[in-house]
Design a protein around this ligand. Structure first.
Ligand SMILES: Nc1nc2c(ncn2[C@@H]2O[C@H](COP(=O)(O)OP(=O)(O)OP(=O)(O)O)[C@@H](O)[C@H]2O)c(=O)[nH]1
Ligand SMILES: [Mg+2]
Length: 196
């Protein structure tokens, strides 16, 4: 196996990137939380200022490295740095934000090469309290952007939701990037059993 196996979590402030990595990491995640000075954007106490880092073991025994981006736009310069060498990106959307479809568009644009390669999954959170926009609206916006990637409801606090997204994303990568070669022929299936 050459190179590291790396996935990225991206999305707006408060979308749940740090929460998702915390929910599934087998090691104590490395976080870079600082006091949130931008309550207009999101009213939570802390925000990521550099990155999150966690790990999960694949059925092969290999480590899948999980990186979370800082959501604040002023740290946008970190996104391509963290995306370097990533196999794919989980884009998390907070459906309670003012314009979640605009958020979707922003992050698809930011990770356009991976989206074009089908190496993206979109997870929509806070749907229990904010069911709109609907998943159909997301699918329509993705189609309008000429992007064919899965979109699903996902609560970043739930281990099964986050692992479920990773499984689908890895299968997607397998289908589009000759993932077998990258992974030494090992299927991503079986992740659901890990750390549950
Ligand atoms: N009710 C509800 N809360 C959620 C859901 N997903 C995430 N959360 C909560 O939303 C918050 C997300 O916070 P973080 O994980 O810090 O968000 P982040 O994306 O890392 O934010 P930044 O680092 O500031 O960019 C946490 O309080 C989660 O518990 C969901 O589907 N429903
Ligand atoms: Mg964070």
């Amino acid at each position: 196996m050459s190179g590291e196996l790396k996935l990225l979590f991206a999305g707006a402030m408060g979308a749940g990137k740090t929460t998702a990595i915390r929910a599934i990491s087998e090691i104590a995640p490395i976080t870079t939380e600082a006091t949130n000075g931008d309550f207009t954007e999101c009213d939570k106490e802390e925000t990521t200022v550099a990155m999150d880092y966690g790990e999960i073991t694949l059925p092969t025994g290999e480590k899948l490295r999980l990186y979370g981006t800082p959501g604040q736009a002023r740290f946008g310069f970190m996104w391509p740095i963290l995306a370097a060498g990533a196999l794919g990106v989980v884009i998390l959307i907070d459906n309670s934000r003012p314009d979640p479809l605009a958020d979707l568009e922003l992050y698809i644009d930011a990770f356009r090469a991976l989206a074009d390669a089908g190496a993206v999954i979109v997870g929509v959170g806070h749907m229990e309290s904010c069911p709109r926009p609907s998943l159909e609206a997301y699918a329509e916006r993705l189609a309008a952007l000429d992007v064919v990637v899965p979109v699903m409801p996902a609560d970043a606090r739930r281990h099964s939701d986050v692992v479920g997204m990773l499984e689908i994303l890895l299968q997607q990568i397998e289908a589009t990037w000759a993932y077998d070669e990258v992974m030494g022929g090992v299927s991503a299936c079986g992740l659901m059993g890990a750390n549950s």
